[in-house]
Ligand binder design. Structure first.
Ligand code: NCD
Ligand code: ZN
Ligand code: ZN
Length: 347
């Protein structure tokens, strides 16, 4: 039996880039239309490093919301080697900071202020473990001797496994998991270790970067992997395990910055996020497990209530515009000029 109409508890996006200024105003309505909340990444220029920075950014997001939107931004701090235990206490006490994001220095977009040696951060990690503030990790080593396709697996071995051993109570989210190594690590780790999975890593393998020519809009970090890894991610997401949840890593960059001699990493999926995940779960014969992945597992991990409302999807081919952008710089959305298989209707 096929389902042509799907009603779900309103989902959340547990890994999202909203940027700032004009770009923020352009992209925020896409997320606010479907998600109740989102964990907002702190890699602005300059980064969001203190609770005061996060409070100010939160106000800018709320001010950019379309009238009547009930969206709640869940803020994060950018982990630097200067992040103190006192800042962790302040962040936790704020009630609006829900995680601290670890970018290994130079691993990805706007990560130059990231951490070069996590061993120098023990006191801060200890404070996070004590107050129950999750560590959100971009899990890739930056060692130039490590092949770009192996950077996640090597990070798990060199950094994540020792971290989990030394801070056994620390809540950790391995963000945008892309490999079978990540899936195995998270599955066999204790309940305080979880992972987000993006729609694009569930839908595409690395061939998509080179399909008929170089495809800058399929370039992101961690980079797309082999088909066997994509299959492992689909299996994990649709398994019913509470350790995996929705995190789009929707990462808008202006068209000219992607279509460049040195293009930025990041894929914009917020315009059709839940629709793209529905495609994946449908193809896997697991539409009945989409709601837990999208709407239940994340709040359970973060210790937050589920959203109260619902959203409804209809099975229908919906065209995706060539560009998105209402005033800021144009950006090219995932599936630009093609279609997605579901329509989100206003319930
Ligand atoms: N995922 C990406 O390719 N890019 C993200 C950064 C990140 O999440 O690593 C961005 O901020 O553009
Ligand atoms: Zn990242
Ligand atoms: Zn990201």
């Amino acid at each position: 039996m096929t389902t042509d109409r799907l009603t779900l508890t309103r989902p959340d996006d547990w890994h999202l880039h909203l940027r700032d200024g004009d770009m923020l105003r352009d992209v925020l309505p896409d997320t606010a239309r479907q998600m109740g909340r989102a964990i907002v990444m702190p890699n602005l220029v300059p980064p969001v490093v203190t609770t005061d920075d996060a409070a100010a950014y939160r106000e800018r997001i709320l001010a950019a919301l379309p009238a009547g939107a009930a969206f709640e931004p869940l803020m994060t701090l950018y982990f630097t080697e200067g992040t103190t235990p006192a800042e962790i206490e302040r962040a936790k006490a704020s009630g609006f900071v829900h995680g601290v994001k670890l970018y290994p220095a130079h691993a990805t977009t706007n990560s130059s202020h990231g951490v070069t040696d996590l061993r120098r951060c023990d006191a801060t990690l200890d404070a996070m473990q004590r107050v129950g503030l999750p560590l959100l990790v971009h899990g890739e080593v930056t060692d130039p001797d490590v092949d770009v396709f192996d950077r996640e697996a090597v990070f798990i071995e060199r950094v994540l496994a020792p971290l989990v051993r030394d801070f056994p109570e620390l809540k950790v989210v391995l963000e945008h998991a892309t490999t079978s190594a990540a899936v195995e690590f998270v599955e066999t780790a204790p309940a305080n270790i979880a992972a987000t999975i993006t729609a694009h890593h569930l839908l595409l393998n690395r061939n998509a970067i080179f399909a008929g020519g170089l495809r800058p809009h399929h370039y992101c970090l961690p980079v797309l992997k082999r088909e066997l890894h994509r299959q492992a991610l689909v299996k994990a997401a649709t398994s019913g395990s509470a350790k995996f949840f929705l995190g789009t890593d929707s990462a808008p960059h202006p068209k000219h910055a992607k279509e460049s001699g040195c293009g930025c990493a990041g894929i914009y999926t917020a315009h059709a996020a839940i629709e793209l995940y529905a495609e994946v779960f449908d193809a896997a014969g697991a539409l009945d497990r989409l709601e837990a992945f999208a709407s239940f597992n994340g709040p359970a991990f973060y210790g937050l209530p589920r959203n109260a409302g619902t959203i409804t999807l209809l099975r229908e081919a919906v065209p995706v515009p060539e560009t998105v952008g209402r005033g800021g710089q144009e950006l090219v959305p995932f599936r630009a000029g093609a279609t997605v298989g579901w329509r989100l209707i206003d319930a």
